[in-house]
Design a binder for this molecule. Structure first.
Ligand code: SF4
Length: 245
């Protein structure tokens, strides 16, 4: 595998498994083995460049999402420094669980999947539209809906895996080093949460009638993001092959 000069060894270990949106298909052996089409290296590189631009644009939407969450919190009278402190553990501490699936972050991730379904169901009920947003989103928002749907069920299993890893090899916060599987898995969870937040922040302005539901989702995801950072303080520093180095 690593004898292929352009391939990045292990890049597929900490990716989001969304090959259609990946900027590294031309350098991923997993993709090239699984891809049914035999595409030239040049075609794959063009495809990768388009996807790199897509994620760059989403990064700008994330900045907007963070600003939006803080503005909304301030409107509620919450100070910025208090938002940063608020996590799923604010009341009960970090270690009230026996298995990874019982962990508050896992619960919150599962709850998020249901909140997404509720949001789409509310739209169908309210609009009475014959065509669901799931199958026929407005073209201008299609990519944001794709991001939400692609990651809806991705976050929970990743968080469970990260917590299982941490439970198998517990470390204290000051011993935590970034290059371990639990941190890498937590990092990809954080990245897809960031991207989901960015997509929801765009929908917030587009669907004022569901403003409350969208806001609940934004606040929930933001809290989950911060909570994962508490459990895996080094996760953001994990270097994913190809993506970060
Ligand atoms: S690194 Fe990219 S191309 Fe490879 S499996 Fe992951 S998402 Fe797909």
């Amino acid at each position: 595998m690593s004898a292929e000069p352009d391939m990045i060894p292990g890049i597929y270990n900490y990716c989001d498994r969304w090959c259609e949106r990946c900027a590294y298909t031309s350098r991923c052996l997993q993709y090239q083995i699984e891809s049914e089409e035999d595409q030239s290296g040049e075609a794959l590189r063009d495809f990768d460049a388009l996807n790199a631009q897509f994620w760059q644009d989403m990064g700008e939407a994330l900045v907007h999402a963070m600003r939006l969450i803080r503005e909304l919190a301030e409107r509620e009278g919450i100070k910025p420094e208090d938002i940063e402190k608020e996590t799923l553990f604010s009341e009960h501490g970090v270690s009230l669980h026996h298995t990874a699936r019982e962990h508050p972050c896992a619960h919150a991730a599962l709850l998020y999947s249901g909140m997404v379904n509720d949001w789409f169901a509310a739209h169908n009920d309210y609009s009475g539209a014959e065509e669901s947003l799931l199958t026929s989103p407005p073209q201008v928002l299609e990519e944001h809906f794709q991001v939400i749907r692609h990651y809806q069920y991705f976050i929970y299993p990743k968080i469970v895996r990260a917590i299982e890893g941490r439970m198998a090899y517990p470390v204290s916060a000051h011993q935590d080093s970034p290059q371990n599987d639990a941190s890498g898995t937590a990092k990809i969870s954080l990245i897809v949460i960031d991207r989901s937040l960015a997509a929801w922040s765009v929908l917030y302005g587009e669907y004022p009638v569901y403003e409350d539901k969208t806001l609940s989702i934004l606040v929930h995801l933001d809290r989950l993001r911060r909570s994962i950072e508490v459990v895996f303080p080094s996760a953001r520093a994990f270097i994913r092959p190809g993506f970060d180095a």
